[in-house]
Design a protein around this ligand. Structure first.
Ligand code: ZN
Ligand code: ZN
Length: 279
């Protein structure tokens, strides 16, 4: 866990990306280029990379396939650095993912071979971002972690399936208890999931009649932001299920998934909404 501080304009957007898996034969390279193009599209756009930068599957890994994992792990990170170097000043930091961690006994590749060459902050597996305004006053805080496990729902109704997956993302992230984080970000599931704050109805009386009231939206600068008033997002990845040959995603029976990233849009110092950009 690292705490990373930035001063950003009060109107800005952050593209939360993850799971590039450089070295995976099914990588959607054009999709990653679209993320880079999006970052370039406006001076107030920034990015954060939430782990699984490289596929990093080595010869002793049970998922290793000689015909598919042909790119050296060193070259996987080198290719990632080459792609992001021209926009490195827009990247707020990067976390390690479980794929990157499979080779941790040889050193931290994300720190040494991605963050250091790009001169961007290294977050470790989880990090907190403190987003201040240009004068150093707090706008809001973000908790990020690559994540683990699954949020998969097999419900046959797509509405309930989405609701169950949203609830699982919210439970995982709110369980981290980062009470001062208005935005909470996870990846790993390769699923585009957004959970908006919920401002529910409550009733009071004025001594004569019952009156309806609605919970105020959160103060993003507060030390305790109620669980239901925070944003939670899960970033999708850039790996297609099907390509040439077969992949561990096929053998694992994983569902084909949307590819892309999620944007948080901040207006006048407050996150206004989160939305997905699919590629
Ligand atoms: Zn991944
Ligand atoms: Zn992962």
């Amino acid at each position: 866990m690292e705490i990373i501080k930035w001063k950003l304009p009060t109107n800005h957007e952050i593209g939360w990306a993850a799971c590039f898996h450089f070295g995976n034969a099914n990588q959607h390279v054009e999709g990653i280029k679209k993320y880079i193009d999006w970052l370039r599209g406006s001076k107030n756009r920034y990015g954060f990379i939430n782990g699984d930068i490289a596929e990093a599957i080595h010869k002793n890994d049970k998922r290793f396939e000689a015909s598919r994992h042909t790119e050296l792990i060193l070259d996987q990170y080198a290719r990632a650095v080459k792609m992001f170097k021209p926009i490195r000043h827009k990247i707020l930091g990067a976390n390690e993912g479980n794929h990157d961690h499979t080779i941790a006994s040889y050193g931290c590749f994300v720190e040494k071979l991605f963050c250091e060459p790009l001169e961007i902050p290294y977050g470790t597996y989880s990090s907190k971002l403190i987003i201040n305004d240009p004068k150093g006053r707090l706008q809001y805080k973000v908790f990020t972690t690559h994540g683990n496990g699954s949020v998969r729902s097999n419900h046959h109704d797509p509405v309930l399936r989405a609701a169950q997956e949203q609830a699982k993302v919210k439970a995982k992230l709110s369980g981290e208890r980062m009470a001062d984080c208005y935005l909470n970000v996870i990846a790993h599931f390769h699923k585009a999931i957004i959970v908006q704050p919920v401002q529910e109805l409550y009733l009071i009386d004025d001594g004569k009649v019952i009156k309806q009231r609605y919970i105020d939206e959160a103060n993003p600068k507060a030390n305790f932001i109620p669980v239901d008033l925070r944003f939670y997002i899960s970033s999708p990845g850039f790996i297609r299920k099907y390509g040439e040959g077969s992949s561990y995603a096929e053998r694992g029976g994983f569902t084909p998934l949307e590819l892309g990233f999620i944007v948080s849009k901040t207006v006048e110092g407050k996150i206004e909404k989160c939305y997905k950009i699919l590629v």
